[in-house]
Design a protein around this ligand. Structure first.
Ligand SMILES: [Zn+2]
Length: 200
């Protein structure tokens, strides 16, 4: 265990011990209150704007209790996203793009992928799908959304949503976002047309 990891464990243990000790105030200037909650209506709307009906948001919980060793990273479990301490108590929508990335992992779990699979991918650290140009080239080569790494998938959907918020061009993303929405992300090339009457 290196010094950084040892410090993280000590800090975590201290936080747990302090939380269990009712004789001291629950929060000190160095400790942030833990928030644990379901998605807000705004967050559900964000999820729907990316995933359509392909993500079941009804059981998803968010917390910012933090995960030892995760540091400033979030960790997504099936139906639980654990952000670093303080993330959810900060005002504003600063973490919504990050949330879309983490919701992508929940979508992956809902499609049958497992915690070890995602952990291996996260440890591999391949988050770079090449930006819009990379997506166009991938599409031209017949690459499926499901053929990107789990972390690349998270960033593709995150960047798609963030671009929509900034009013930027998302045409390079549309094929892949549609394949997520319509459940064809692992399907046969070319894409079948979306069912009639579904929002595009
Ligand atoms: Zn991720």
């Amino acid at each position: 265990m290196n010094d950084q990891a040892r410090t993280a464990v000590l800090n975590w243990k201290q936080a747990v011990d302090t939380a269990a000790d009712t004789s001291v105030p629950a929060a000190t200037p160095t400790q942030k209150p833990v928030v644990t909650r379901k998605l807000t209506p705004e967050e559900i709307a964000i999820a729907r704007s990316v995933f359509g009906d392909a993500l079941d948001t009804s059981q998803i919980q968010l917390t910012d209790s933090g995960v030892p060793f995760a540091g400033d990273n979030a960790v997504a479990f099936p139906n639980l996203v654990n952000f670093p301490p303080g993330t959810l108590s900060q005002p504003g929508n600063h973490f919504h793009g990050w949330l879309v990335h983490e919701l992508t992992h929940i979508w992956q779990y809902q499609r049958g992928h497992t915690v070890p699979q995602l952990a291996v991918d996260a440890a591999g650290g391949d988050y770079d799908y090449g930006g819009p140009e990379g997506l166009v080239a991938a599409h031209d080569a017949g690459k499926r959304f499901g053929q990107f790494t789990f972390e690349e998938q998270g960033n593709i959907l995150r960047h798609y949503w963030e671009r929509t918020q900034r009013g930027e061009d998302v045409s390079a993303y549309k094929f892949y976002v549609d394949s997520v929405r319509y459940g064809t992300s692992d399907g046969v090339y070319p894409e079948p047309a979306p069912p009639p009457g579904r929002p595009v």
